[in-house]
Design a protein around this ligand. Structure first.
Ligand code: ZN
Length: 299
């Protein structure tokens, strides 16, 4: 087993083993960063962590600068919408409508992610290419637990037989001890029996978060799923962060209707809050007064 010191950051591994594609991620740093930014209680931290892993897995094809994947679970549960984004440069970020939600534990003492996300809705996946053009697709949520919802999406929307395991371990003090995910996909012509056996192994990894917390390494878990030594794995760094900026926030103020903006200029200025990292961008009255949107008849 590889030794992975706690300071090692988030990572994605990928490989092709004969007729299957294998992907694995660790996202503890990003899950912890998102949980802290939102002051998230355990179930919200777990939901964001699972969706962050899923986004990081699905973004493995995003290579061009500016491209990426955004996942939104909109299941009608008490958390509201949960959203996670993974960019080509490895940046990960997440948000949730209601981060301070408490629910009774699920059977086995597990965090009730499915009940918190809800399943009366859809998983929406938006892929953005390097030119900034978005392609959106969606599938109905199955359980709100997110792992099987992502697998269902990949089958229903992209016709790729896939098995997904996602796990997040949240400590009693609210910190994230482990977060990660595994994805196995059949390549065209894959042996259905072999895929079924690997799916069963992956599904048996319901304790994935515990295994990661114990220090088991993603490459070893992937080798266990395929039941053989793996070819060389490609390893890529991932990191928690945000794409917001003061300039982008100013652009948002520019498109506010002129009357409203003039009111803010006359009052105490304006504040733009990033829904991902919770950074507050303050704009003084004079700064707001200087902003005029194109086509504003009376700026
Ligand atoms: Zn931000």
């Amino acid at each position: 087993m590889r030794e992975a010191p706690a300071s090692v950051g988030d990572r994605r591994w990928r490989a092709v083993a004969e007729d299957v594609r294998l992907l694995g991620v660790t996202t503890r740093g990003a899950a912890e960063g998102a949980a802290r930014a939102h002051g998230a209680y355990a179930v919200a931290a777990a939901a964001m962590g699972r969706l962050l892993s899923a986004a990081a897995l699905l973004a493995s094809d995003a290579k061009e600068a500016g491209s990426g994947v955004q996942l939104t679970a909109d299941g009608g549960g008490p958390l509201g919408r949960v959203r996670a984004e993974a960019c080509a440069d490895g940046l990960l970020r997440a948000r949730v409508d209601h981060a301070q939600v408490e629910l009774p534990p699920a059977p086995g003492g597990k965090l009730p992610v499915g009940a918190a996300v809800g399943r009366a809705g859809r998983l929406i996946v938006e892929r953005v290419d390097g030119a900034g053009i978005g392609y959106t697709s969606a599938s109905d949520l199955v359980s709100g637990e997110l792992g099987e919802d992502v697998a269902q999406f990949l089958w229903a929307s992209e016709q790729v037989p896939s098995a997904v395991a996602l796990g997040v371990l949240v400590e009693r003090d609210g910190s994230v001890a482990a977060s990660g995910g595994l994805l196995v996909q059949a390549l065209p012509g894959a042996d259905p029996d072999r895929l079924e056996a690997m799916s069963a192994r992956l599904e048996s990894l319901r304790d994935l978060s515990w295994r990661l917390a114990e220090g088991q390494a993603i490459p070893d878990l992937l080798a266990w799923v395929v039941d053989k030594a793996l070819p060389r794995l490609v390893e890529e760094p991932l990191h928690f962060g945000c794409r917001c900026s003061r300039e982008h926030s100013r652009d948002l103020l520019r498109v506010v209707p002129g009357a409203e903006r003039r009111q803010w200029a006359a009052d105490e200025g304006a504040e733009v809050v990033c829904h991902y990292c919770q950074t507050h961008y303050r704009f003084a009255s004079a700064e707001v007064a200087e902003l005029a949107s194109p086509g504003d008849p009376d700026p």
